[in-house]
Design a protein around this ligand. Structure first.
Ligand code: 5AD
Ligand code: FES
Length: 343
């Protein structure tokens, strides 16, 4: 076991090689992976689980990604948009409850022009000042658009690369090349954003080597946050009926990702909690240190179904915070309301 490499907490990246990760991927028992991932997490992040309040502001999307439940061709979706005032109200409620990071996520919805997103960003930042961080997650835009958003006060940007396999990426994202996504990530970093990215795991046609590449690519991108979500086939998409892999695949990948990125924030994703009632807990044990309560109003969030069976649809998100604090106790962790900047 290359423990010397993975215990170095001075560096952002561990320097662990692809061959070593591959060896662990193929040969290391899950309980061992979890215990290594957990040790590195506690060494670098302590026992805190950071909270990020998620606001799903629009389920309109101009894109046709094969995996995604809100793809534009899905006529069964009841579409909605939250307006600026609604978004600000949600942020205020979350702020009063103690949240200090807000993630505004939406489909690639051209109704939300850069000007409008800037207005919303300014509204949030006028209210929170620098005491809270604002993350945007609304797809690929041009450098000048990213710059305007940064100038308006947005601190962070979330944009998953989805898969490190270029052919698979083009297939699932309907000919949008991986290189375009990676370019967007670089541009965002150059424009001063703390960038979060990551991938789905268990996509159709994905190989073991692709999964190792995903982990290594997340390692190379110098991310502030890196997330893994199990792919969950949505019945109203072209990938309906694909094989659903067990949660263990995501848990093992989380531990390996933690070995590659000791300092990076790693969320225990809602998709993991959807696939298995203990999925988020398992991810925390393997290496995650972030939870993202969904503070979207219940009327809206039930229509933001990227995948089926999403959890917490009846809870306000503020209620989720109470639930999450109970859930992390047996793991010997506690929720943190810190802003949680990139380390
Ligand atoms: N299963 C799991 N995750 C999904 N996402 C989109 N559709 C699915 C699905 N069917 C993830 C993508 C996207 C993020 C917002 O949600 O990784 O980047
Ligand atoms: Fe939402 Fe438990 S986290 S109800």
């Amino acid at each position: 076991m290359p423990l010397s490499l993975i215990s170095n907490d001075k560096q952002k990246r561990s320097g662990i090689s692809r061959a070593e990760i591959a060896d662990l991927y193929y040969n290391c028992p899950t309980d061992e992976l979890i215990s290594i991932g957990q040790r590195i997490t506690v060494q670098n992040h302590g026992k805190s689980i950071l909270l990020r309040g998620l606001v799903e502001f629009s389920n309109y999307c101009d894109r046709s990604c094969l995996y995604c439940g809100i793809r534009k061709e899905n006529d069964y979706v009841k579409r909605y948009r939250l307006d600026k005032n609604q978004i600000l109200e949600i942020v205020k409620l979350g702020y009063e409850r103690g949240l200090r990071t807000f993630v505004l996520q939406g489909g690639e919805d051209s109704y939300f022009s850069t000007d409008y997103l800037c207005e919303i960003t300014k509204g949030v930042k006028d209210y929170t000042g620098d005491s809270a961080a604002l993350t945007l997650s609304c797809g690929i835009h041009s450098r000048s658009q990213y710059r305007e958003l940064a100038d308006a006060g947005a601190d962070r940007y979330l944009i998953r690369f989805e898969t490190a396999n270029p052919e698979l990426h083009s297939f699932i994202r309907q000919n949008i090349p991986l290189s375009k996504r990676l370019k967007a990530i670089e541009t965002l970093k150059e424009e001063g954003f703390q960038v979060g990215s990551g991938f789905m795991i268990g996509l159709p046609k994905e190989t073991d080597e692709d999964r190792i590449d995903n982990i290594m690519l997340a390692g190379e991108l110098e991310l502030g946050m890196a997330g893994i979500g199990p792919f969950i086939p949505h019945p109203d998409t072209p990938l309906a009926g694909s094989l659903q892999h067990p949660i263990e695949l995501s848990v093992r990948a989380t531990a390996l990702l933690r070995m590659v990125l000791p300092k990076t924030h790693i969320p225990a994703t809602t998709a993991a909690g959807t696939l298995d009632p203990q999925g988020r807990e398992m991810m925390i044990q393997a290496g995650a240190n972030v939870l993202m309560p969904n503070i979207t109003p219940t009327e809206a969030k039930k229509n933001y179904l990227l995948y089926p069976g999403k959890i917490c649809l009846d809870e306000s998100g503020i209620q989720c915070i109470g639930c999450l604090s109970i859930r992390v106790k047996p793991l010997d962790r506690e929720l943190s309301f810190a802003k949680g900047d990139t380390l």
